[in-house]
Ligand binder design. Structure first.
Ligand code: BES
Ligand code: MN
Ligand code: MN
Length: 461
């Protein structure tokens, strides 16, 4: 495969402009007010895949948002790469913390992105990274270099837990048959430290509701005499970690995969600058489970975090009230061998068991998924590693990430194939946060690296 660099150089402006157009559509899957926008994003992806050289592209209906499926089969005897990505994005809130409107993309230079970065919701997660694959496909077909078969499966519900994808995958196993799944929806260590994500954490997401009295009460007349659901809920939540920041749910760690001393030593070789980490987050120290490093805490260890908590009076001024209800959304990041349904059960029974008299507790499971670890001694990983060597001039470091793409474990189960996670984002790209961005350099580097993967994978298969 020839280097894609000259082609990218020639079409660079158009590649950027096309991504910007895509980023203008607010495809927020969590909010039904944006339904039309989510649907029109699917149409736009379909059109872009057709233009990039797919032979057939369709919008596959599901109980939720459609999945864009496209393929180009050049020879059934050659390997098939299945590209997965998502066209939906997270809600942009809090809006007032954005320096420019989230769906009005702008290019700004930053310290880490001196060539400029595109600021918009979805720039990195995942429209920008998904679109690298569309442009890599364009390059390979327009220059007659596509070495194998390609299938694209781009969904619109990833940010809400992919509720329809299992439905789709289990019904379309033949259509989706492949030799490797390729995803760009993660990050890399740094622009000069390429890495390949070899692990994702699982997830169990729940919502809890604590109910005290049947209505909000005067906090003077009733205060002290009835349970205050917010007081109770915060105490219950606080009790979920002990002083060593271990999670106290009985059985929570029973199946947790323990890494060997060698594996942990290998992990510790990845560059990590604690001072820079603290500075970037404006914190005076890191925090977490005793006995583990920061990189271990956020990748190979399970966690429990409150994502949101509410109840009572939060308007202007003061209102003296004992609320009837208090709520929280809680996520647990899981590691290999923890079954998310089992963990959800353990959480539910523990949380119900620690509720004091005077309140009622409801636990509502949202969604979840298993962790995933990809082997590094197989053809697919080796091919990816070679691709980075071609374009970065360095061997990438395998690194387990703390994020979750729950569908990856399901792919392995249903489609029997391994996933390669070639992420080109940086941790500082602010995915899910205000001012999300994606470096133009990263975007173009991804487009350059992906075709090399196809080349090596086909040759080595
Ligand atoms: N692309 C992210 C996951 C990710 C980001 C993994 C960076 C590794 C590095 C994905 O879109 C995401 O946000 N996943 C959710 C879970 C999902 C079920 C909502 C997450 O990790 O919170
Ligand atoms: Mn994503
Ligand atoms: Mn995301």
């Amino acid at each position: 495969m020839k280097s894609a660099k000259p082609y990218i150089e020639e079409h660079k402006q158009r590649f950027i402009d096309e991504l910007i157009e895509l980023l203008k559509i607010p495809s927020i899957s969590a909010d039904s007010a944006y339904k039309k926008d989510v649907l029109s994003t699917a149409d736009a992806i379909k059109e872009s895949l057709e233009k990039a050289g797919c032979d057939s592209v369709e919008l596959c209906e599901t109980p939720g948002y459609p999945i864009v499926y496209g393929e180009k089969i050049i020879d059934p005897s050659l390997p098939t790469v299945l590209v997965y990505g998502h066209y939906d994005v997270q809600p942009p809130d809090p809006l007032d913390l954005w320096n420019s409107p989230p769906f009005d993309p702008v290019i700004e230079k930053t310290e880490l992105h001196p060539d400029g970065a595109i600021f918009a919701r979805g720039a990195c997660d995942d429209k920008g990274q998904m679109y690298m694959h569309v442009k890599a496909m364009e390059y390979m077909t327009k220059t007659d270099q596509l070495p194998c078969n390609v299938k694209f499966m781009i969904e619109g519900e990833e940010e809400v837990g992919s509720p329809s994808l299992e439905w789709f995958v289990t019904r379309n196993q033949d259509k989706l048959a492949n030799d490797v799944i390729l995803i760009s929806d993660t990050g890399m260590i740094a622009k000069d430290v390429p890495s390949i994500t070899t692990g994702l954490r699982g997830l169990s997401y729940v919502e809890v509701e604590v109910t005290g009295p049947n209505r909000d009460l005067h906090s003077g007349l009733y205060g002290g005499a009835v349970a205050n659901p917010i007081n109770v809920l915060t105490k219950m939540i606080a009790s979920l970690h002990d002083e060593n920041k271990h999670i106290t749910i009985p059985g929570f760690y029973d199946t947790v995969e323990e890494l060997s001393t060698e594996e942990r030593a290998k992990m510790a070789e990845a560059p990590f600058d604690k001072e820079a980490y603290k500075k970037a987050l404006d914190i005076d120290d890191v925090y977490g489970e005793e006995g583990f490093t920061t990189n271990e805490r956020n990748s190979i260890r399970p966690t429990l975090d409150v994502n949101g908590i509410w109840g009572g009076y939060i308007g202007e001024g003061a209102k003296t009230v004992i609320p009837s209800k208090a709520f929280a959304k809680i996520s647990m990041r899981l590691v290999p061998h923890q079954n998310w349904r089992k963990i959800t059960e353990l959480f539910k029974s523990h949380f119900e068991s620690i509720a004091p008299k005077g309140v009622r507790v409801k636990v509502k499971p949202h969604h979840g998924g298993e962790a995933y670890v990809t082997p590094i001694d197989n053809t697919a990983y080796q091919a990816a590693s070679k691709a980075y060597e071609d374009t970065f001039g360095k061997t990438p470091i395998p690194q387990r990430s703390g994020g979750s793409i729950p569908i990856v474990a399901l792919f392995e189960k249903e489609l029997k194939s391994k996933t390669i996670l070639m992420g080109f984002g940086l941790d500082s790209d602010a995915i899910h946060s205000p001012n999300e961005h994606f470096g133009i350099w990263n975007y173009l580097k991804g487009i350059e690296t992906i075709p090399q993967f196809y080349h090596h994978f086909t040759k080595m298969s």
